[in-house]
Ligand binder design. Structure first.
Ligand code: 2NL
Length: 360
């Protein structure tokens, strides 16, 4: 017959020796599990005579209760110890600097910021935004815009040509955003009021030119749209964008194949010690080109020049971003250097301030 006292001593020693909950569970299974030492003893009760059972029953059941009680007590002790260990391991040093949250660590690129700003300004004047592909047909990039075949104006743009496709057609990386205006005029009925911000490409690279750059063009087509409207829109834009009360503008005659008459526009500025301020001083700075849409362009888009007229303008986004936010070199715009972006980029959740732009 099993020595119950010896078994009890053994089991209680094992329970006390269990160093963690897993070890304790092993002890529990070996004693109280289906084939455990205590369970096996309990099974023997059935085969005993009533007298034997009367004597052994309380002893074996008592053993089970003691072992169960010891396991429960040990479990509690181990649980408390585990909690203590965690609490001291996870102690927080409140003097450590707080890391910036991931969602506020990123920066908005100045180009994206400026596109947001000018979109908001033109949206207030009733303009919507149109977009188109970067790879265009020669027709939409040049021909529809009144660039004659073989005309030197096509060379002016230093175009990137793609290899000819199966049909021998040579697509181009758009040299301006104007093809999107052609797409708009051929797909929507006037009145039209759109701006087109986007990437453009020319084979050109130095301190002020990158092969990929950004333009925003605007287009208004209506029955009476005229130069007075154009001048007002551009003046309102310049005041809002450069955040000044008033600004003088100068319209100089110029040439573009797609507008007639055409003009280049300068805005009033002052230059002191490398700093440019707009809306004051006696200097001028060229910021955009514009004109009345050429009748040939209207005709190419299926519009009758005797019924509809309009105006358009185009400017470099990268350039106005540099002017507004005082960035001296264009090249780092597209070098993906995080240090540059940390310096010149915008915080996504920032409160507008004098140093980071007031425009909402
Ligand atoms: C510049 C000048 C300009 C346009 C762009 C345009 C588009 C169509 C019809 C007529 Cl579809 N004009 N766009 C007009 C004048 C000037 O851009 O110096 N951009 C940087």
């Amino acid at each position: 017959m099993t020595d119950l006292n010896q078994l009890e001593r053994d089991l209680l020693t094992q329970v006390e020796a269990a160093g963690d909950e897993a070890a304790l569970e092993t002890v529990r299974v070996s004693a109280l599990g289906k084939k455990g030492s205590v369970s096996e003893l309990l099974k023997t009760l059935g085969a005993m005579t009533p007298e034997e059972r009367k004597e052994r029953g309380p002893l074996i059941n008592g053993l089970r209760d003691k072992v169960q009680g010891a396991i429960a007590a040990r479990k509690e002790t181990l649980g408390e110890a585990a909690l203590e260990a965690r609490l001291s391991a996870e102690r927080i040093d409140v003097t450590l600097p707080v890391p910036e949250a991931p969602e506020s660590r990123g920066r908005i690129h100045p180009i994206s910021q400026v596109i947001e700003e000018l979109t908001a300004i033109f949206a207030d004047m009733g303009f919507s935004v149109a977009e188109g592909p970067d790879i265009e047909t020669d027709y939409l990039n040049f021909t529809a815009l009144n660039f004659p075949e073989g005309h030197p104006a096509r060379e002016m743009h230093d175009t990137f040509f793609l290899a000819p496709d199966e049909k021998g057609e040579r697509k181009v990386l758009r040299t301006h955003t104007s093809p999107v205006q052609i797409r708009t005029m051929t797909s929507k009925a006037p009145p039209i009021r759109v701006i087109i911000p986007g990437r453009t490409y020319r084979h050109d690279s130095d301190q002020t030119h990158t092969p990929m750059f950004h333009q925003v063009e605007g287009l208004v087509i209506d029955k009476q749209a005229n130069i007075a409207h154009l001048k007002w829109i551009l003046e309102e834009f310049c005041k809002a964008f450069f955040e000044v009360e008033q600004v003088k503008m100068r319209f100089r005659p110029s040439f573009f194949p797609f507008t007639e008459p055409s003009a280049e526009v300068d805005i009033q500025c002052s230059r002191k010690g490398g700093e440019i301020r707009f809306g004051e001083g006696t200097d001028w700075l060229e910021i955009l080109g514009c004109g009345m849409v050429h009748p040939n362009v209207l005709r190419n888009c299926g519009l009758d020049p005797d019924e509809y007229q309009g105006f358009a303008w185009g400017m470099g986004i990268d350039r106005i971003a540099m002017l507004k936010y005082g960035m001296p070199d264009l090249r780092p715009f597209f070098e993906a250097d995080v240090r540059w972006l940390n310096h010149y980029g915008f915080r996504p959740l920032d409160i507008p301030s004098l140093v980071s732009g007031l425009t909402s």
